[in-house]
Design a protein around this ligand. Structure first.
Ligand code: ZN
Length: 225
């Protein structure tokens, strides 16, 4: 577990920053893939953290795969964006029309279906998740995608609205999420412009290393959309 800012920690779940979960105080943000739960529980244990809640940026298999096991082990309540609640409970993410064509299995195995789980709360704009973070509705990559924003020091946890690495080469840098997994790319670009407009200091994405001095990088990124 790596401390990024006061009360904010990153839990890397794959080599080369491939998949991240985060800890905000005693709240777990995302839970990686099915096989990530063990790693997360071990990291929490080693840090002496007792979780109070689990919040989710969006209901894709590489962000909620570990959720059922985490909930079984800790009993904490789970919150997800209102627009992703049905997908989370069914274990069926909303993907692009193209992704529903047969034969496209690689990336979908990674980020697609997962074991559904019951959701305790739906997150909506302005909700407080603790440690100064509030919920921003940032749809596009999924209908109910949310980000977590702390205005006081400009820390943004943005799920997959942007990725902080190229997903194939793993080279660091800001990118749009894969089109196959993004049902509404134009709406996602609106979310990207909104997040850039906040001028975040640190951007923490689901994929890729932390982006520091992020305001300029985000400005340049959205100018190129
Ligand atoms: Zn993802």
């Amino acid at each position: 577990m790596e401390q990024i800012a006061p009360d904010v920690f990153r839990i890397p779940l794959l080599p080369r920053d491939g998949v991240n979960a985060y800890l905000v105080g005693d709240v777990l943000v995302d839970a990686g893939m099915k096989g990530s739960a063990k790693k997360i529980l071990k990291a929490l244990d080693a840090a002496g953290v007792t979780l109070s809640a689990h919040v989710i940026t969006h209901a894709h298999g590489d962000h909620v795969g570990g959720t059922p096991t985490i909930v079984d082990a800790t009993g904490v309540p789970v919150s997800v964006g209102a627009g992703d609640r049905a997908a989370a409970e069914a274990g069926e993410p909303v993907l692009s029309a193209k992704a529903r064509r047969p034969g496209l299995h690689g990336i979908l195995k990674f980020a697609g279906g997962f074991d559904g789980f019951s959701v305790d709360h739906s997150l909506t704009e302005g909700d407080d998740i603790g440690c100064g973070f509030t919920v921003l509705e940032t749809p596009g990559h999924s209908p109910g995608h949310v980000s977590f924003w702390r205005e006081s020091d400009g820390v943004l946890i943005c799920g997959d609205v942007v990725t902080a690495m190229h997903l194939l080469t793993t080279k660091a840098g800001l990118h749009q999420p894969p089109a196959l997994l993004t049902p509404d790319p134009e709406r996602n670009r609106e979310s990207e412009r909104r997040l850039a407009g906040l001028e975040p200091q640190i951007v923490l994405a689901g994929h890729g290393p932390p982006v520091r001095d992020a305001a300029q990088a985000m400005r340049t990124f959205v100018a190129g959309l």
